[in-house]
Design a protein around this ligand. Structure first.
Ligand code: BDP
Length: 684
C-alpha cells in the first residue's frame, strides 16, 4: 500500500482514480463509454455475430451512427485482411470483418485516424503454450494452465468455456489465429481419446474467434501410447498409426491446425533415434496431415554437447536438409542461435534456408528476461530481430521478409510466440507483461510496426481513464514517461544482466538470477555459464570468428566479415563473437572492463529511474495496478543490483582491474551473492 501524506493529495486522488477496481483482467479491451450504434451486416455467422456484439459494446463513434460490415472482393485485401471504409468494414471473410472491427474500435479509443487496407503479413500467427497435462506451465509465470487442470479432471465446465472465450477474444483482437495448447516437451497422452475430447471442446470455443488449435506431439507416441515396438518414421505400422491418430483428431476438430514437434532436442525422442533424419520424421507427419490441410511445425532447437559451439548447430543440422521437406512443413526457429537470451544476433538459418519455409519462434514469457517480476517490454527486441537484414537474397532481406512469404514465396508462412498466459487474475503475472502478448500479436500481423507505436497503443488502451478519449495532461504526465520507460526497459535489462554480447550466464535451473560461476561437477558444459562467457585472465567472450568456432561463416556476406572483424562487429554483439582482453579498447576509448562495468551500472540506474517514473504517475493510475507495479519494481531493482554486483565481482577475479571509481561500489560480497537463491516466482 502507498501512503498519502497530505489531504491535498488525497482529494486529488479521489478525483482522479476511476471508481472501478482494475484487476487487469480486461487486458487492453477495457470497456466503458459505448455509444449506441446500428450495425448492418450482410449474412450471418458466429464470427459476424461477435463482430456485431463488439461494436455494440465498444462503439465510441457518432451516437446512433451506422456501421456496415460487408463481405466483398477487394483487389487490395488478402486473406483475413480488411478495409476500413467511411461506412464500416469490408473484408473477404467473416474473420476479416471481426479484425476490422477491433481495429476500428481500437482507433476510436486511441484517437488514431481510421481508414485504409490492412493485411496480415504472416498467414499463421500462433501462440505456443508450454502447458502440461498436470496444469503446470513450463517457464510460465502467470499462474497455472488455462487449458489443463491435472488430476483426472478432463471434464469441461462452463467456467472453462468462459475462460477460453475470454482468451480467444483477446487473441482475436490482436490478430492471433492459432494456439498450440500443450508443451513442446509433449506428453504422449494428449493424443488419447479423453484428451482429444477436451481438445475438441477447446477448439469449439475458439473457432468463432478464428483461433485454430494445434498440438505438440511426442515423436515416440506410437511406441508409448500405441504400444508399437518402434516409432521409426519409415516403418509402415508407425505411418499407419499416425494416419489413424490424425484422422481421429480431424473427426473431432475439422479445422485442426497441425502439429508442433520438438525432436532430438534436450532428450526428446526423434527420428535420429532410428537412424533417420529430421526430414524423414517431419515428412512422415506431414503426409499424415496433408489430406486434412494440416501442417507440421518442426523445431530447429537442437544442440549436442559434443559440438564445440552450440550456436552453430541448428544451422549445421538443418541447412543440408533444405529442400527435402514437404510443402506443409515449416521449420520453427528461435530468434537467436542459442536460446531466447536477453540479446542474440538472429539465427543464421533465417534468410539462408530458402527452399523450405522457416518461421520465427519468439518467447513472450520472460524466461531469460526477469520472469513476471521485471518490467521488460519486448517490442524493441522483436523489432531489432525482425528488421535485421539477413542478406539472404541481397540487401533488404530482413528476417521478416525472409519468413513472411515475401522473399521466398512458400505456400505457408507463420510466426510463433511462447505464451505468457496463465490463471492469474491479470493473465500474465505482471501488468506490463500483457504488453508483450499484445506486441506479439501486433507484430505478427505487421512486422513493420515500430515498438514505440505498439507501446503507445497498448498504454492508451490499458491505462487511459475509462470512457474518455485520452488527451492533455494524461498524455503528458502518464503516457510520455511510461512509454519512455517501456521503450528503455529491454536495453536496461540487457545491460544489468548480459551487456556487450554476453549470454547464458544464469544460475542453473530457473534462469532468473545470475550464475556466471555455475558449473556443478559432471554437468554438460553447454549447460553451464563458463562455456558461454569463457572468462579467464586473458579476457572474456566466445570466439566465434574464423579463428574460433567459425560461427560467423554461417551468416551471408557482408555480415560474416562484419561480425568476424572486431573493428566492425557491432558492440552489442562483441562478446558473442569475440574473446577479447580486458584491456581491449572500445569505441568510447574505455577499456573493455570499464565499459562492461559502466553497462552494468547504467542498466541498474535505469531501473531506479523507472521506480521514480512510476511513483510520479500515481495520480493517473488506479490504486490496484499502481501498487502491484510499484511492488514489482522494488524487486526488479533489488534483483538488478544483485545481477550487477554478482557479475562484476565474479569477472573482477579474472580482470583484476578496479571497478571504475566513478561508479557505485557493490553492496554485497561475492560469497554471499553466490549463495543467494533468488525467489524467482512472483507466486512465492
Ligand atoms: C529452453 C527452456 C526449456 C524448453 C526449451 C525449448 O529452458 O524449458 O523446453 O527451451 O524451447 O529455453 O524446447
Amino acid at each position: 500500500m502507498t501512503m498519502r501524506t497530505t489531504i491535498g493529495a488525497w482529494v486529488l486522488w479521489m478525483a482522479l482514480v476511476p471508481a472501478r477496481a482494475e484487476t487487469g483482467r480486461e487486458l487492453w479491451l477495457r470497456e466503458g463509454g459505448g455509444n449506441p450504434v446500428d450495425v448492418v451486416a450482410a449474412g450471418e455467422s458466429a464470427t459476424l455475430e461477435l463482430a456485431r456484439r463488439e461494436l455494440v459494446r465498444g462503439w465510441r463513434g457518432k451516437a446512433g451512427g451506422t456501421v456496415r460490415l460487408e463481405i466483398a472482393a477487394d483487389a487490395e485485401v488478402r486473406g483475413d485482411g480488411y478495409r476500413l471504409t467511411p461506412s464500416g468494414v469490408r473484408a473477404r471473410t467473416g474473420l476479416g470483418l471481426l479484425y476490422g472491427v477491433y481495429d476500428l474500435l481500437s482507433r476510436q479509443r486511441t484517437g488514431r485516424p481510421a481508414g485504409g487496407v490492412s493485411n496480415p503479413a504472416y498467414a499463421r500467427r500462433i501462440l505456443n503454450h508450454w502447458d502440461n497435462p498436470d496444469g503446470t506451465v513450463e517457464r510460465g509465470y502467470g499462474g497455472r494452465s488455462i487449458f489443463w487442470r491435472g488430476g483426472d479432471s478432463l471434464a469441461v465446465t462452463d467456467a472453462d468455456r468462459e475462460l477460453w472465450a475470454a482468451y480467444a477474444r483477446a487473441n482475436a483482437s490482436i490478430g492471433i489465429n492459432g494456439t498450440v495448447i500443450n508443451n513442446v516437451n509433449a506428453a504422449p497422452e494428449v493424443l488419447s481419446a479423453p484428451y482429444l475430447e477436451r481438445v475438441k471442446a477447446i477448439a469449439d470455443v475458439l473457432r468463432p474467434w478464428g483461433v485454430r488449435v494445434y498440438l505438440s506431439v511426442k515423436f515416440s507416441s506410437p511406441a508409448q501410447l500405441g504400444k508399437l515396438p518402434t516409432s521409426d518414421p519409415l516403418d509402415g505400422r508407425v505411418v499407419a498409426w499416425w494416419k489413424e491418430r490424425v484422422a481421429e483428431i480431424y473427426r473431432r476438430v475439422p479445422d485442426f491446425g497441425g502439429f508442433l514437434v520438438k525432436a532430438n532436442s534436450e532428450g526428446q525422442p526423434g527420428p535420429q533415434d532410428f537412424g533417420r533424419t529430421h526430414a524423414d520424421g517431419a515428412n512422415m507427419l506431414a503426409d499424415a496431415l496433408a489430406p486434412h490441410g494440416g501442417i507440421v511445425m518442426w523445431r530447429a532447437f537442437v544442440y549436442d554437447p559434443e559440438d564445440r559451439d552450440r550456436a552453430r548447430q541448428a544451422f549445421s543440422e538443418f541447412m543440408p536438409l533444405d529442400g527435402r521437406f514437404r510443402p506443409n512443413v515449416i521449420i520453427q526457429v528461435k530468434n537467436g542461435p542459442v536460446d531466447f537470451q536477453p540479446r542474440e544476433p538472429f539465427n543464421p538459418l533465417f534468410g539462408a534456408m530458402k527452399k523450405t519455409a522457416v518461421m520465427p519462434e519468439l518467447q513472450i514469457t520472460q524466461e531469460y528476461l526477469g520472469h513476471s517480476i521485471h518490467l521488460v517490454f519486448l517490442g524493441p527486441m522483436w523489432e531489432e530481430f525482425l528488421q535485421s537484414d539477413t542478406y539472404g537474397a541481397g540487401p533488404g532481406s530482413s528476417v521478416a521478409r525472409a519468413t513472411d512469404g515475401s522473399l521466398f514465396g512458400h505456400p505457408h508462412s507463420a510466426i510463433a510466440g511462447v505464451a505468457n498466459v496463465g490463471l492469474d487474475a491479470n493473465w500474465c503475472g505482471h501488468h506490463f507483461a500483457q504488453a508483450n502478448w499484445y506486441a506479439f500479436g501486433r507484430l505478427a500481423w505487421d512486422p513493420g510496426l515500430a515498438s514505440r507505436e505498439i507501446a503507445d497503443e497498448w498504454l492508451r488502451l490499458t491505462f487511459a481513464p475509462r470512457g474518455e478519449a485520452p488527451g492533455g495532461a494524461w498524455e503528458e504526465e502518464f503516457l510520455g514517461p511510461v512509454r519512455g520507460m517501456m521503450l528503455q526497459s529491454w536495453e536496461a535489462a540487457v545491460d544489468y544482466m548480459m551487456p556487450l554480447g554476453l549470454h547464458h550466464i544464469f544460475a542453473g535451473g530457473h534462469h532468473y538470477g545470475p550464475g556466471p560461476w555455475y558449473a556443478p561437477k559432471g554437468m554438460r558444459p553447454d549447460w553451464t555459464p563458463p562455456y558461454y562467457h569463457q572468462a579467464d585472465a586473458g579476457g572474456i567472450g566466445f570466439d566465434r570468428t574464423r579463428r574460433g568456432s567459425d560461427a560467423v561463416s554461417q551468416y551471408a556476406e557482408p555480415l560474416a566479415s562484419r561480425f568476424d572483424d572486431v573493428e566492425t562487429c557491432p558492440e552489442k554483439y562483441l562478446l558473442w563473437f569475440h574473446h577479447l582482453p580486458w584491456t581491449h579498447r572500445m569505441k568510447s576509448g574505455r577499456t573493455l572492463w570499464d565499459a562492461l562495468a559502466h553497462r552494468y551500472q547504467s542498466g541498474l540506474e535505469r531501473v531506479r529511474e523507472f521506480q521514480k517514473v512510476w511513483d510520479r504517475v500515481e495520480p493517473h493510475v488506479d490504486a490496484e495496478r499502481f501498487a502491484a507495479v510499484q511492488s514489482k519494481l522494488r524487486r526488479h531493482c533489488r534483483d538488478a543490483q544483485i545481477w550487477k554486483d554478482a557479475c562484476l565481482l565474479y569477472f573482477q577475479q579474472f580482470s583484476r582491474m578496479p571497478i571504475p571509481y566513478e561508479l557505485e561500489r557493490p553492496v554485497q560480497d561475492l560469497e554471499e551473492l553466490m549463495k543467494i537463491e533468488l525467489p524467482w516466482s512472483h507466486h512465492n
